[in-house]
Design a binder for this molecule. Structure first.
Ligand code: UDP
Length: 454
């Protein structure tokens, strides 16, 4: 622990790519503000300490060795980490506090992922302030509250025929955009998860990887509910040092391939770290791409597809496209050759695309993706929703609309305006800049009162 740094911030991330990345980015930012950073992480899918020599890493054993995280068992993963890690975190924290006290340092607070519910009771027990990091759009959180409201009013199962109707309280969302199929009874495990997710217990603040300029009204409404300070300081990746946070190895060869392509000519396709496609969708996508004539860079993770039709894909795409297992996405989006991003619309991918001014094709699967897509396509109007991924003609049409047509040029202009808006928020006087300063002071102000255990 560096001797000049008196205030220690402990981070507890969730070991999913879309959650780990913003937590490590927050760590880099707080380190640059003078805090020491300890990352207490699950042993399952640990972060790579080599990418952050300035942090201290503490694994917490979680009995999850051999667990294969898939779209179908994410709730089991979250539940297992929540029930296995509390005692270990507490034991470690007690030791850390004692050790640091001897050196005149203090643990200022614990910042945890909003889905790691166990951390709050550890923080409360040790009388350390706990802060929640929400790596999503604030409107997504509102949709959790709304589902619980529907459930409390006995309105679930909700009629299929009304799914396209707007939700008056959540403009622009429709019932269909809510993060679960409300036409069926909500299963108990999911209901418990929603209830725990909206409950911040005794946490003293919420940090958001979003900005006031994008979500002023959603943040205001949530603020009335939570009544603790909010720090919307996003986009985190633009403030943090550009270090890799990937679990999979990034294939850098795609950058030299991009170097050979014309400006704005390439469509980048990635569905993030969890979404999977079936054989039909994969094959239609390959045909749609081949028929569009547009060069593309396509991320196909080893666990991306149900079945094994990859050979068909490779034969179809020929020389025009490049397929990689995992790309250095932020670098790819910043490359001048990339003119469009076909995305599942996970929030990190959305923020990364906006910050590089790259217009999007939206193909949401689950969770926050439908909510993000709705904002991208109908409020900000910087993306086109893929009409049908099971029809190569429709895929070809959507690609051409974005990459070739006048419509695509207009979308790009709006995306560039959005990029400027977000960049403005990061400058002195901008909302995220000021919010980050407030957060720094907020954390520093704890130190006088914490660590009085025993
Ligand atoms: N990502 C990457 N290389 C890839 C695909 C994705 O580095 O080939 C990164 C991407 O930049 C983003 C994260 O993985 O930061 C995915 O997070 P997101 O919230 O977009 O989606 P999720 O994986 O949580 O569904």
């Amino acid at each position: 622990m560096e001797t000049t740094r008196k205030h220690i911030v402990v981070l507890v991330p969730l070991p999913l790519q879309g959650h780990l990345t913003p937590m490590l980015q927050l760590g880099s930012i707080l380190h640059s503000k003078g805090f020491s950073i300890v990352v207490a992480h699950s042993e399952f899918r640990p972060p790579n300490p080599k990418n952050h020599p300035e942090f201290i890493f503490q694994p917490l054993s979680d009995n999850l060795s051999g667990f294969q995280a898939t779209i179908g068992n994410l709730l089991d993963l979250i539940a297992a980490i929540n029930s296995n890690s509390g005692a270990l975190l507490e034991e470690y924290m007690v030791q850390l506090i004692e050790d640091q006290k001897l050196q005149g340092n203090q643990v200022a607070c614990i910042i945890h992922d909003g889905l790691l519910f166990f951390v709050d009771s550890v923080a409360t027990h040790l009388k350390i302030p706990g802060i929640v990091l929400r790596p999503s759009l604030a409107a997504f959180m509102q949709s959790y509250h709304y589902i619980l409201q529907l459930h409390a009013q006995n309105l679930i199962p909700f009629p299929e025929s009304r799914l396209l109707e707007p939700i008056p309280e959540l403009y622009p969302l429709r019932f269909k955009d809510l993060p679960d199929k409300i036409t069926f009874e909500i299963r108990k495990q999911l209901l418990d998860y929603f209830i725990s997710s909206v409950n911040i217990n005794s946490s003293v603040a919420i940090i958001w990887n979003t900005t006031d300029s994008l979500e002023h009204s959603a943040l205001l409404q949530l603020q009335q509910h939570y009544k603790v300070p909010f720090f919307p300081i996003g986009p985190l990746h633009k403030i943090a040092a550009a270090t890799s946070t990937s679990f999979l190895e990034e294939d850098q060869s795609c950058i030299s391939w991009l170097d050979k392509q014309a400006p704005n000519s390439v469509l980048y396709i990635s569905l993030g770290s969890i979404a999977i496609v079936d054989e039909k969708e994969l094959t239609e996508t390959a045909w749609g791409l081949a028929n569009s004539g547009i060069p593309f860079l396509w991320v196909i993770r080893p666990d991306y597809v149900n079945g094994s039709p990859l050979e068909i894909v490779k034969a179809l795409v020929g020389e025009r496209g490049l397929i990689v297992k995992w790309a250095p996405q932020r670098e790819v989006l910043a490359h001048k050759a990339v003119g469009g991003f076909w995305s599942h619309c996970g929030w990190n991918s959305v923020m990364e695309s906006i910050c590089e001014g790259v217009p999007m094709i939206c193909r949401p699967y689950f969770g926050d993706q439908p909510v993000n897509t709705r904002y991208l396509t109908s409020v900000w109007k910087v993306g086109l929703e893929m009409e049908s991924v099971l029809d190569r003609g429709s895929i070809e049409r959507t690609i051409k609309r974005l990459m070739v047509d006048v419509e695509g040029k207009e979308i790009r202009q709006r995306m560039l305006a959005m990029k400027e808006k977000l960049e403005g928020g990061l400058q002195k006087g901008g909302s995220s800049y000021e919010s980050l300063n407030d957060l720094t002071q907020f954390i520093t102000s704890f130190s006088a009162n914490v660590n009085k255990i025993g």
